[in-house]
Ligand binder design. Structure first.
Ligand SMILES: Nc1ncnc2c1ncn2[C@@H]1O[C@H](COP(=O)(O)OP(=O)(O)OP(=O)(O)O)[C@@H](O)[C@H]1O
Ligand SMILES: [Mg+2]
Length: 283
């Protein structure tokens, strides 16, 4: 998919720091399926690292291992975040240190409003629950108002969904629901964002919008999130990534800047084996 703008026009000057996340020799099997076969890579502070590969390569599994989704603890290997071994941490503890995510298949509470969905993403930052009552009511309502304002002003503005805030999430078009997913992840105030196919199912205009929101989350002063992006849209990947890691059959087959990866024969072969016409060399 050819986007209208070029990579150079999109990028701002930014500093890439030391590795913030290190995935070290991670193995994960499901029955006879070796989903991850000793993968290692690192994500540096401030960068957008894209993780690509054919269907079933293990991309979502590694995101689930990083996020700590139940059932996805690595069989061996380690995941280090900001110098701490988080391999066995429960998901809420990972969220507390700044790791947030979106899901490949939209995971919103369809019967709740957009605002309530985003507030659920925010609860990790709150001292009182949204549900607190009794003598805590005044304290809780003040805190609720503060967080709601922050969500409406910062998160909804970034994802351009202010106008939908009181609408029922499940009733909104698919493209808007993908933005709400991102909003819920941002509502947590993360430093590290895991995005699993944010462009899937979007039309060209929606892809351009979503690309802008992701760049804002990465570059804008108030966010400055380091991003690990799983994405099949090669136009977007090649345009916005600082580096690209490629998986095939649970193994890492390439790791480098977009231009290097694009011309890597192993990568081309992995894609040619999957589809008749490779889309990695098309641009
Ligand atoms: N909970 C699970 N139970 C059993 N097998 C699983 C589970 N989760 C993932 N797998 C298997 O692990 C392999 C890797 O799956 P994964 O979802 O990571 O692929 P992917 O690279 O994200 O592919 P896609 O691009 O299609 O999303 C697949 O064979 C998949 O069926
Ligand atoms: Mg996947």
């Amino acid at each position: 998919m050819a986007l209208e703008w070029k990579r150079e026009e999109l990028r701002v000057e930014k500093e890439i720091g030391e590795p913030i996340l290190v995935v070290e020799d991670v193995m994960k099997a499901f029955g006879g399926v070796q989903a991850l076969n000793g993968v290692s890579f690192e994500v540096r502070k401030g960068e957008i690292l894209s993780l690509i590969g054919p269907n079933g390569a293990g991309k979502s599994v590694v995101l689930n291992c990083i996020n700590g989704l139940p059932g996805y603890r690595p069989d061996s290997g380690r995941i280090i975040f900001e110098g701490r071994d988080i391999t066995k941490w429960p998901p809420h503890k990972r969220a507390q240190v700044g790791i947030s995510r979106t899901f490949q298949k939209i995971e919103l509470f369809g019967g709740m409003t957009v605002l309530d969905n985003a507030k659920l993403g925010r609860h990790i930052k709150m001292k009182t629950g949204w549900w607190d009552g009794g003598i805590y009511w005044l304290k809780a309502s003040k805190e609720e108002a503060k967080h709601r304002k922050w969500i409406e002003e910062k998160v909804f503005e970034t994802c351009e969904i202010e106008i939908y805030r009181h609408r029922t999430a499940g009733m909104l078009p698919y493209g808007v629901q993908k933005r709400i997913e991102l909003a819920r992840a941002l509502a947590m105030g993360p430093t590290f964002l895991l995005l699993d196919e944010p462009m899937a199912g979007l039309n060209l205009e929606e892809v351009e919008d979503m690309t802008r929101f992701i760049l804002d989350a990465n570059e804008e002063k108030e966010w400055q999130c380091t991003i690990l992006l799983v994405e099949h849209d090669m136009g977007v990947v090649m345009d916005i990534s600082d580096r690209v890691v490629v998986f095939d059959w649970g193994e890492k087959i390439a790791d480098g800047v977009p231009e290097e990866v694009q011309n890597n024969p192993r990568v081309i072969r992995a894609y040619l084996g999957e589809v008749e016409e490779t889309y990695i060399t098309r641009r």
